[in-house]
Write a protein that binds this ligand. Structure first.
Ligand SMILES: [Fe+2]
Ligand SMILES: [Fe+2]
Ligand SMILES: [Fe+2]
Length: 414
């Protein structure tokens, strides 16, 4: 059974950064390209492996504090104003995970100007070096026009950046960038799409043992990002995680097994980061087209978690939560016989949580109504009677988790 996992930390971050890169225009791969540029600058100025690793990891998550597609679109403007909010939110988010905490200050300062005038109060060399590198790499990436041939753009990008050396950017870093930019390969690396492979070939492997506690803390951070997309689902991932973990415990699973279920619960809706908030927040029935868009979310959860070696089981538990026993679920239409107990528990936990939570078009449902809907779904062959019965036998205990989640979110808001 799943215990502490030996995973490639970079691959975990690649996966999570992919989830952060969904925008209103599709998957933009901004974080990984910033990491590619930043890694080159870091090595050029002589940073060692560990320092470079910090730069790469922070690059991969630097915009984690952006809430929605509107804010992401705004940050693509080169001379964007009011950048502090997403930096601060990002800092707070990663601070809550012992594994990610070392990146928090770097993320806080990643838009700080060299000449000062920053809300952090920092200027020049007092800004963390990793933040200065990411700021520069980030602005290079937003200047690239994906609709034009890259080598036709390099002179104008470098001209723009050098005009701001000593104002926005650390002049020494700009010199390093100018040197790197002479090589065509520097630019061509940013166009081919093989970003992960190129980056992995340049950095020391990031394999390490990650404890379940650490994974839970990273999962919590991402659950906050996912749930933060809509005020109506602001505790959903955490509630599903707690309900699935508690049901696993009631079923007699081991402690590690229950914690792995909680990780899967926290990440089950990771693919919702690809869904426009206008659909998530719609105060009425979804059109068939909108429903089709919603259906992509578990597909993306699967494809993203698939990137993490060691996450094979957790991926199936997380990504199959809309699959049904009768084979009529989505997106894979898995034959019910192939659905594991964990995936079935996750499906029950997800529906239960969605029913007891408020939605844009209704308040959380009463026990009577929840029971009725769950039993109808058993009758229709969607859900497994065994796990629905376990939930109904322990209804009050599981329902109390909703209050615990709401209190927790209120605490973190204060
Ligand atoms: Fe940013
Ligand atoms: Fe960015
Ligand atoms: Fe879902």
């Amino acid at each position: 059974m799943v215990k502490d996992l030996n995973i490639d930390y970079y691959k975990l971050l690649f996966a999570l950064s992919t989830a952060l890169d969904f925008t209103g225009k599709g998957l933009m791969k901004h974080h990984i390209r910033v990491a590619l540029i930043a890694q080159q600058i870091a090595r050029k100025i002589g940073l060692n492996e560990n320092e470079t690793s910090e730069v790469v990891c922070a690059s991969l998550l630097h915009d984690i504090g952006t809430i929605n597609f509107t804010e992401k679109a705004r940050l693509v403007d080169f001379e964007v104003q009011n950048t502090y909010d997403h930096c601060m939110r990002g800092e707070r988010l990663v601070n809550s995970s012992p594994l990610l905490k070392p990146l928090s200050v770097v993320i806080l300062c990643h838009h700080d100007r060299w000449d000062g005038k920053n809300k952090t109060g920092l200027a020049g060399e007092s800004i963390p070096l990793a933040s200065r590198i990411i700021h520069l790499a980030d602005r290079v990436d937003v200047l690239i026009d994906s609709g034009r041939y890259i080598l036709q753009q390099r002179d104008e990008i470098i001209k723009k950046i050098t005009s701001l050396a000593g104002v926005f950017f650390d002049p020494q870093l700009v010199l390093a960038l100018v040197d790197l930019a002479r090589r065509e390969s520097f630019w061509l690396d940013l166009t081919g799409g093989n970003y992960e492979r190129i980056l992995l070939s340049r950095i020391k492997p990031g394999r390490k043992n990650v404890s379940m506690e650490e994974l839970l803390s990273v999962g919590e951070v991402f659950a906050r990002v996912i749930d933060g997309k809509s005020r109506f689902t602001h505790v959903h991932s955490r509630l599903v995680s707690l309900v699935a973990g508690e049901m696993a415990e009631l079923a007699g699973f081991s402690r590690d097994h229950c914690r792995a279920m909680r990780v899967a619960g926290l990440l089950h809706d990771l693919g919702k980061l690809a869904v426009p908030e206008s659909i998530l927040e719609k105060p009425g029935r979804l059109t068939p087209e909108e429903y089709n868009i919603i259906k992509c979310h578990t597909y993306y959860t699967y494809r993203i978690l698939e990137m993490v070696e060691g996450f094979e089981e957790i991926n199936l538990w997380a990504s199959y939560h809309h699959e049904c026993l009768n084979g009529r679920g989505y997106p894979f239409g898995i034959d019910g016989k192939k659905l594991s107990a964990e995936s079935r528990i996750m499906a029950v936990s997800d529906i239960f949580s969605a029913l007891v939570e408020d939605r844009p078009y209704r308040l959380g449902l009463s026990r009577h109504k929840v029971e009725q809907i769950l039993l109808e779904k058993v009758k229709a062959g969607d859900l497994d009677a065994k796990w629905v019965n376990l939930l109904l036998e322990n209804y009050n205990q599981l329902h109390e988790l909703k209050e615990a989640c709401s209190m927790d979110i209120n605490k973190t808001r204060c």
